[in-house]
Write a new protein. Structure first.
Length: 238
């Protein structure tokens, strides 16, 4: 995250969050990023992006399964993307964990794919053979807004553990920023309901997300669910 952006986040959160006793120790927050459950467009391999598509019954079952898995840990809050598929996933998890309904953050919304949203891979290839899709959000713009938002969440819930219900491209961008190339390998498929954990330590790690790898991650991303890049082939291209 650029220093000017980081400083602005710190200033804003400092102004909004009730004053605490702040000392020289690093603030370490654990963030558990959860991909939302399945939707009908996931099942049809249609590009969703910023289009608000709700969970289907399979997606709700996946959210309940993830909630049961997360119950092995203690959490302080659940937050979510404002898109209904992520918000409902977060709400199912929060209810199971006995926590308040998720606060929403616009910066956690899925990457926008512009004119490709609602299309299948074949339809995208036919309409945009050169991959020049109008309105598609760049990877760098996505990473900037997501990192800024996670910074705000981490500072707001300093020294806590937070479940973040969000989306495939959001998680992919953060995984690759923390461990370059990781999410491009088959070993990190980012399935519906999967968990990817990070540690936020602004003093020791220069305000960057650092891969935490709770064992829950591997359990949640096991076989039996389709991978994000199978459901959204555009992510393999740009």
């Amino acid at each position: 995250m650029p220093r000017r952006v980081r400083d602005e986040v710190l200033r804003r959160v400092w102004d909004e969050v009730p004053r605490r006793v702040w000392d020289d120790r690093a603030v370490t927050t654990l963030l558990y990023l959860v991909r939302h459950g399945e939707t009908d467009w996931n099942a049809e391999r249609r590009i969703q992006g910023s289009t608000d598509i709700p969970l289907n019954d399979t997606g709700r079952r996946q959210a309940r399964s993830t909630a049961t898995l997360l119950d092995r840990r203690r959490f302080d809050a659940v937050v979510a993307s404002p898109l209904s598929r992520a918000f409902e996933t977060g709400s199912i998890i929060a209810d199971h964990l006995g926590l308040a309904a998720p606060a929403t953050y616009a910066g956690l919304a899925e990457r926008s794919y512009g004119e490709a949203e609602g299309l299948t891979d074949d339809e995208v290839r036919e309409r945009y053979p050169h991959d020049d899709i109008p309105g598609r959000e760049s990877r760098s713009a996505l990473l900037d807004r997501v990192t800024e938002t996670l910074a705000e969440i981490a500072i707001r819930y300093d020294a806590g553990s937070v479940v973040v219900a969000t989306h495939g491209a959001v998680i992919r961008s953060i995984v690759n920023a923390a461990a370059p190339g990781t999410a491009d390998r088959h070993s990190t498929p980012i399935r519906n309901g999967s968990v990817h954990s990070f540690r936020w330590d602004p003093e020791r790690f220069h305000a960057e997300l650092v891969r935490f790898d709770d064992p829950i991650d591997g359990v949640s991303d096991g076989p039996g669910r389709y991978a994000f890049e199978y459901q959204n082939p555009l992510e393999r291209r740009g």
